[in-house]
Ligand binder design. Structure first.
Ligand code: PDD
Length: 287
């Protein structure tokens, strides 16, 4: 069975899905995107992702072509058509197709593209072993709160991490960690507090981050919302990342230095369990 994707109103086999040459996403990176985790066939934290999409679109002044209900039925349909129970849904909206000119086109319709990627999230081997991270300079633009499809700085950062034998890059500005190349970054202090950078234009407001903060509050795990330096991260008891496609993933080395005892830590493991049970609740309720 061929993979089914969604493009501008139609579900079709991926081989038949063609975006016009002059699409502004292709020419300018003029668009925004979202990525949502799927577990047990259920969309995780979808309302919050759609809310962030609305905000990203409004910030770059691209018309939102669908209501939340319409987006949700498209997402459910693409999951159903691909028979996906666990993985990731990606979708992007660009400013549409027009002759190349920097000014906004007057009559272009937004281009909407959506696809799924099957992936083991709950049982990912990386969740058991933990991953390696390396730090690189944060070379992105000044509006990182917008989920823009311009990901060149992240592509370069993550490739540098891969070439250094790591799975994620932590981006650093003025000595402080901003976030991961495609994830939010956390440390756990020796006293057991979670430390995470506060929201601003310097980072993406991660949806998994938001749920994690709620879960840690409910579990009464102390939380410090403040910036942290690379040195503080080296010296932390634990480190972890969050993202829609990984949930909570332990980090066991940063720049080749072991974090804590070099194994996934107890606070990280607990938060991952809490996140997984939260993600599984809708599926159980639906039975
Ligand atoms: N990346 N920070 C950045 C720069 C990201 O690209 C992402 C997500 C996150 C985590 O946000 P969330 O919890 O909402 O997924 C933080 C997605 C998964 C990606 O580009 O594939």
């Amino acid at each position: 069975m061929s993979r089914i994707v969604f493009l501008n109103g139609s579900f079709l086999p991926i081989e038949e899905a063609k975006v016009p040459f002059m699409d502004r996403g292709f020419m300018f990176g003029d668009g925004v995107y979202e990525g949502i985790g799927v577990l047990d066939g259920q969309l995780i934290d979808n309302e919050a992702h759609l809310e962030r999409l609305e905000r990203s679109l409004a910030e770059v002044r691209i018309r939102n072509p669908y209501s939340r209900t319409e987006w949700t039925s498209l997402q459910e349909e693409i999951v159903r058509r691909n028979g996906m129970t666990e993985g990731f849904i990606y979708f992007q909206v660009t400013r549409g197709v027009a002759e190349r000119d920097f000014f906004f086109p007057e009559n272009a319709e937004p281009t909407v593209a959506m696809f799924t990627q099957a992936k083991a999230i709950a049982d990912a081997p990386a969740a058991r072993t933990g991953i390696a991270v390396v730090t690189v300079p944060d070379q992105r633009w000044a509006r990182r709160d917008i989920k823009s499809i311009n990901l060149l700085a992240q592509v370069l950062a993550k490739q540098a991490a891969k070439e250094a034998g790591a799975q994620e890059a932590w981006l650093v500005e003025d000595g402080f960690v901003t976030e991961g190349g495609s994830s939010s970054g956390f440390i756990v202090t020796k006293k057991g507090s979670i430390v995470v950078r506060p929201l601003s234009n310097a980072i993406l407001p991660g949806i998994t981050r938001k749920s994690l903060l709620r879960l840690s509050e409910e579990a009464r795990i102390p939380l410090e919302e403040r910036r942290f330096t690379v040195e503080e991260a080296y010296d932390a008891a634990e480190a972890f990342l969050t993202s829609a496609s990984n949930f909570v993933l332990p980090i066991v080395t940063i720049d080749g230095r072991s974090i804590g005892d070099g194994k996934p830590g107890p606070v990280t493991k607990r938060l991952r369990e809490l996140y997984l049970s939260m993600a599984r609740v809708p599926a159980m309720a639906a039975e």
